[in-house]
Design a protein around this ligand. Structure first.
Ligand code: WT7
Length: 637
């Protein structure tokens, strides 16, 4: 295993070196991997715009070989993945590095037999079963590009993503055991694929045994196909800058964008950040509770941990099934040493009280992690005291789908934490806090918009099929800088605290949602003329969704109308995008130029109309009173 930072002084020194000599620094990190051909140049970039960034230029490698083959000699019999099923009484599955390697090779052979070639896109729409991780690694092994779509998305959302990526193969399962539910997964794929001409093959992993339809010549069972092929496969050589995956994420506009990550830089950065932030030791059992459908699962269930030769636990179920002790039961059962979850899960479990925690022996845990949104102090303290026995470090990791790896995070046990602060940048991450005029704000005790002013190895390379969009979204607000979309404070000690999104993106239970996306779905209702969606503080979810809707004809039964809107959203996006509140209004607060003043809508949704600011530029200021009057929350005036 590569060396890792051991002390705070080492962190300071390593950070400084990563800024003074980024190429030397990252070359050293990259040395520990298997390269079929070494790079000519560590980093090439002209202007930090667009971006046009090459890491490990002309290097040739395969990331699946680095995750698996590289470890076979030294860690062949070590568990690579421990899979814990939804039901506590179903047996867990352990795949050693050797076994995982064999399964990945088999499935790589299946994909090749189905005609998948280097550069082709494969869409994975699957529950949290080992086959999902196997399918990702098999794609990587043959140089195909995976596009994992979270299995909670609707068939419409899935079809959009399949078509955007022009995927020729979809891998799925028959059903999904999730909590008390048995969800039909293949049926969603059938509906989606009916609108996707690009798809010629669907491979189905059997999980729940529900009846499904199999289309002759298009659909194949996973278990039948793997039984026909060998479990040996020579990994395909790819270029360091060849695409590894596409992952769709929401932004300020109505259509999700396909964030593109490439191979070499992603490999080096996810491995480095995983080992250093969590201070992973050789025999630790590490558990990240995220879904592989999000970036957290890509980078810190699959790639980061396996590159580091770690044991990564994968969980099929939910935190509250069969009861609110499930997480802690699993921690005890598998002697989890490092536990990584989201603030929304912590808050949800807090509400059930500590009796569900006290039943279990959590003494194996030595480090905790948090991701997805700022962790509020109360949740931090609860987590620290009850799960971490008051002594485990909490690694609050701030990052994004686009960054693919941690940007700001304490190193477990090394960086002194401060609740609700992501603390300090990872080596290689050069942060800048910007004011609205485009100037960098220097010094401590300051606040502004968070940017990064130098490329790091796992920065997004483009948004699939639309490079202009990538340029406009991330590199145009502040020339020559990557803009995160987040507000940030640098406190008197130089610690960073993320204050939340400054764009039209909301964060619901750690899931990123574009307000425009939700509005587009609402507007599909025949009686809706216009809508405006904002986020509001929500005790468990972090942010809830509040929708203001103008109707053509005032609905006779508002309850029924709301139910119809929710149904449309479930169909267009998925249940995760359902608003908590839908208020029917006769108008929206608009400026004379027609721009909706969302600030006002946010204030009302927050239940505080005391400080509305200047409303004199509104076309019709009286609409504000009507909105306050009809608000679905008590509003302080
Ligand atoms: C947005 C990115 C990173 C993987 C999961 C979400 C927010 C994420 C933190 C944190 C404060 C955080 C930011 C960011 N965020 N982690 N530790 N502290 N905010 O990935 O869907 O790409 O969302 O999540 O607002 O921009 P994502």
């Amino acid at each position: 295993m590569a060396t890792r930072i051991r002390t705070f002084e080492e962190y300071r020194a390593e950070y400084e070196r990563s800024v003074k000599d980024p190429e030397g620094f990252w070359a050293e990190q990259a040395e520990t991997f298997v390269w079929r051909k070494k790079w000519d140049k560590v980093l090439e970039w002209d202007q930090f715009e667009g971006p046009k960034v090459d890491w490990f230029k002309n290097g040739k490698l395969n990331i699946s070989e680095n995750c698996l083959d590289r470890h076979l000699e030294t860690r062949g019999d070590k568990p690579a993945i421990i899979w814990e099923p939804n039901e506590p009484n179903e047996e867990a599955v352990t795949l050693t590095y050797k076994q995982l390697h064999a399964k990945v090779c088999e499935f790589a052979n299946v994909l090749e037999a189905k005609g998948v070639k280097k550069g082709d896109r494969v869409c994975l729409y699957m529950p949290m079963i080992p086959e999902l991780a196997i399918a990702c690694l098999a794609c990587a092994r043959i140089g195909a590009v995976h596009s994992v779509v979270f299995a909670g998305f609707s068939s419409t959302a899935l079809a959009d993503r399949i078509n955007d990526a022009q995927a020729k193969v979809v891998v799925t399962s028959d059903g999904n055991f999730r909590g008390a539910k048995n969800i039909a997964v293949k049926a969603v794929v059938d509906q989606a694929v009916a609108n996707c001409d690009c798809v010629d093959t669907v491979i189905v992993s059997q999980r729940t045994g529900i009846d499904i339809e199999m289309v002759d010549g298009r659909d194949f069972w996973w278990h039948e196909e793997v039984s026909k092929v060998s479990d040996k496969h020579e990994a395909v050589e790819v270029d360091s800058e060849d695409m590894l995956f596409i992952l769709y994420t929401s932004g300020s506009t109505g259509t999700p964008k396909g964030v593109v990550h490439t191979t070499g830089g992603y490999m080096v950065y996810t491995d480095y950040t995983f080992r250093n932030a969590f201070q992973y030791e050789e025999n630790d059992v590490y558990w990240c509770t995220a879904d592989i459908g999000w970036i957290t699962g890509h980078s810190y269930i699959i790639y980061g941990p396996l590159l580091a030769g770690a044991t990564s636990l994968m969980f099929e179920g939910v935190p509250t099934y069969p009861d609110a002790g499930r997480f802690w039961e699993v921690c005890e059962k598998h002697k989890v040493n490092i536990f990584y979850t989201a603030p929304t899960a912590i808050r949800a479990l807090m509400a059930y009280g500590t009796e569900f925690v006290e039943k279990y022996d959590l003494s194996s845990i030595k480090a905790l992690g948090s991701v997805g949104e700022p962790i509020n102090e109360e949740a931090w303290e609860w987590y620290h005291k009850n799960i971490g026995a008051g002594k485990c470090p909490i690694v609050d990791t701030y990052w994004q789908t686009e960054t693919a790896g941690f940007l700001i995070a304490p190193l477990a046990g090394i960086t002194k934490e401060k609740p609700a602060h992501a603390t300090l940048p990872m080596p290689g991450i050069q942060l800048a806090i910007m004011d609205n005029e485009g100037n960098e704000i220097e010094g401590n005790d300051v606040e502004g918009n968070l940017c990064i002013k130098f490329p790091w190895p796992s920065i997004l390379r483009t948004t699939y099929g639309d490079h202009e969009r990538c340029k406009n979204t991330y590199f145009s607000t502040y020339p020559n800088k990557y803009f995160t979309g987040d507000g940030c404070r640098r406190d008197e000690d130089g610690y960073y605290r993320i204050t939340g999104r400054v764009d039209d993106v909301i964060n619901v239970s750690g899931h990123r949602m574009g307000t425009a996306e939700v509005e587009n779905a609402i507007n599909e209702h025949p009686n809706v003329v216009e809508s405006a969606v904002v986020g509001f503080p929500h005790e468990i979810k972090g942010q809830g969704i509040y929708a203001y809707v103008i109707c053509d004809a005032k609905p006779e039964n508002e309850e029924a109308f709301r139910a119809e809107v929710l149904k449309i959203i479930t169909k267009e996006i998925g249940p995760i995008a359902k608003p908590d509140k839908i208020q029917v209004v006769s108008g929206l607060p608009k400026t004379r130029s027609g721009k909706i003043m969302r600030r006002i809508l946010r204030k009302v949704a927050e239940g505080d109309a005391t400080n509305m600011g200047d409303t004199s530029t509104l076309l019709d200021p009286s609409i504000v009173d009507e909105i306050i009057e009809g608000a679905l929350v008590p509003v302080k005036q």
